[in-house]
Design a protein around this ligand. Structure first.
Ligand code: ZN
Length: 469
């Protein structure tokens, strides 16, 4: 039998630190290695994993990037620092967003390590070198980074510029192909870019789908769509609202939703609207840039009369006692200005702190949520507050497809060979796996994780085995 298979594994343990190293073994005894994403671990318990080196780096032929979130691109400069000199493929919008995200990541790393360059994960030089190694690709234009491998990026609504990546391996000595489809973090739509359906030609392929499972145990219909309703109620009650939101694109999406809400309820025009989110303002410059040819409607995402605030004039907000809405980042209120605003208003019963994303263990957002009204909460650096504001989180604004939506995607591919899941909490992954087995006509399902290698041939999973690294 001909030697023709691909070995896949994942570097991420749970939600963050996305990276999938793949090696394809061809019949002529050659090999090709690539990685899909190389992200930062953001959970506190995995911080040290960021320093783990890429094994067999000298064999790595190319890198493909699904989207510009830091848990998917954050360690690229570290890869370059380790000696990676070849190409990194991504869309043009992902490149623009990655420039901002990686530049910021150096600053955060410097703060964490008290500016000690020896402790930092990577430096400016590595960052600039990374940008040089990026090769921009267009959606639906197949290219061959190396012989016998075809790569095509498809639109993905998770984030502007995001992609679903199809990798096809073929060989003249073999009639069959190996088809890998990396969904990345997946969502069907966003307000800036069109996401047309996958072409029939792709749908008919014998794909092996590699997918996230962040919401693997939640169905879209189980999530109440209460954001708008809640916002209206709080505003009608005269409350002021702080919206700590993920800086890259989720904040812009909330701004758009709020803008639409005010259009529908003109009585809210009198509510002052502030934004202090330095990093988010930088991402917004990409989303407002006509060069990228986004949908005009989506580019006008900012609420009318939005007042842009920075650290220097923050007092304007604090001195303004009128009813207001404050857009700020980060999503779990730990970094950026969000923590300052949350701290400032947490003891004020006329305020609502409205969170809309995953709250990491130990984050400011999670600590506020877990504290009962009237009790004290410590928000880091010895800042102690009595919680009087209402703090809540809802999850319908997330950028991830829910279990039923992912199953719909999988079932669009009638000839799929296997489904490999990663990128979710372990218990969620196990449940999702069982459901896929039940509801999808597919021969193989498996969890893709560290120290487990999955061997895939033209007809799907050949075997799964434990590896040493
Ligand atoms: Zn993402």
């Amino acid at each position: 039998m001909l030697r023709f298979y691909a070995n896949l594994k994942a570097l991420q343990e749970e939600v963050t630190g996305s990276a999938i190293p793949v090696t394809i073994y061809f019949p002529d005894n050659t090999e090709v290695s690539f990685a899909v994403d190389y992200g930062m671990f953001q959970e506190n318990k995995y911080t040290e994993k960021n320093r783990e080196k890429f094994s067999d780096l000298e064999k790595l032929d190319f890198v493909l990037i699904t989207h510009a979130h830091i848990d998917h691109v954050g360690r690229l400069p570290f890869l370059v620092k380790q000696g990676y000199e070849k190409k990194i493929y991504m869309t043009q919008v992902t490149r623009a967003l990655s420039y901002i995200a990686l530049n910021e990541s150096i600053k955060i790393d410097a703060i964490k390590n008290n500016g000690n360059p020896k402790l930092m994960l990577y430096h400016k030089d590595d960052f600039y070198q990374t940008m040089k190694q990026i090769e921009v690709v267009e959606y639906r234009k197949t290219f061959s980074p190396v012989p016998f491998v075809n790569v095509t990026f498809y639109e993905n609504g998770h984030l502007p510029g995001a992609a679903v990546i199809h990798v096809q391996a073929w060989h003249p000595e073999c009639e069959e192909t190996i088809e890998l489809l990396f969904l990345g973090d997946y969502k069907k739509h966003n307000i800036l870019q069109l996401t047309p359906d996958f072409p029939e030609e792709l749908l008919q392929k014998k794909v092996n789908i590699i997918t996230e499972s962040t919401y693997g145990n939640t169905n879209s219909w189980e999530i109440p769509h209460v954001w708008k309703e809640n916002m209206i109620r709080f505003l009608q009650e005269g409350k002021s609202i702080i919206l700590p939101t993920i800086s890259n694109y989720r904040l812009q999406e909330r701004q758009y939703a709020y803008k639409k809400l005010v259009e529908e309820y003109p009585e809210f025009k009198k509510v002052r609207t502030y934004m202090e989110a330095k990093l988010s303002e930088q991402f917004s410059t990409v989303y407002k840039n006509p060069y990228y040819q986004f949908n005009q409607e989506g580019m006008d995402f900012e609420p009318t009369n939005l007042i842009h605030i920075n650290e220097g004039n923050r007092n304007l907000v604090f001195r303004d006692n009128r009813q207001k809405v404050i857009f700020t980042s980060s999503g779990d209120a730990t970094n950026g200005a969000a923590g300052v605003y949350v701290g400032h208003y947490l003891s004020n019963e006329n305020y609502v702190i409205y969170l809309t994303s995953h709250q990491f263990e130990g984050s400011v957002g999670q600590r506020c949520l877990q504290t009962k009204t009237g009790e004290q909460v410590e928000l880091g650096s010895g800042r102690i507050y009595t919680k009087k504001a209402e703090v809540l989180v809802t999850s319908e604004c997330s950028g991830h497809a829910k279990a039923d939506e992912l199953l719909d995607i999988f079932n669009q591919f009638p000839n799929k060979q296997s489904i490999l899941i990663n990128h979710g909490e372990e218990s969620v992954q196990e449940k999702f796996l069982k459901r896929i087995e039940k509801e999808c006509k597919v021969k193989g399902v498996a969890r893709i994780k560290p120290k487990t290698t999955i061997k895939i041939g033209p007809y799907g999973i050949i075997k799964t085995f434990e590896s040493t690294n």
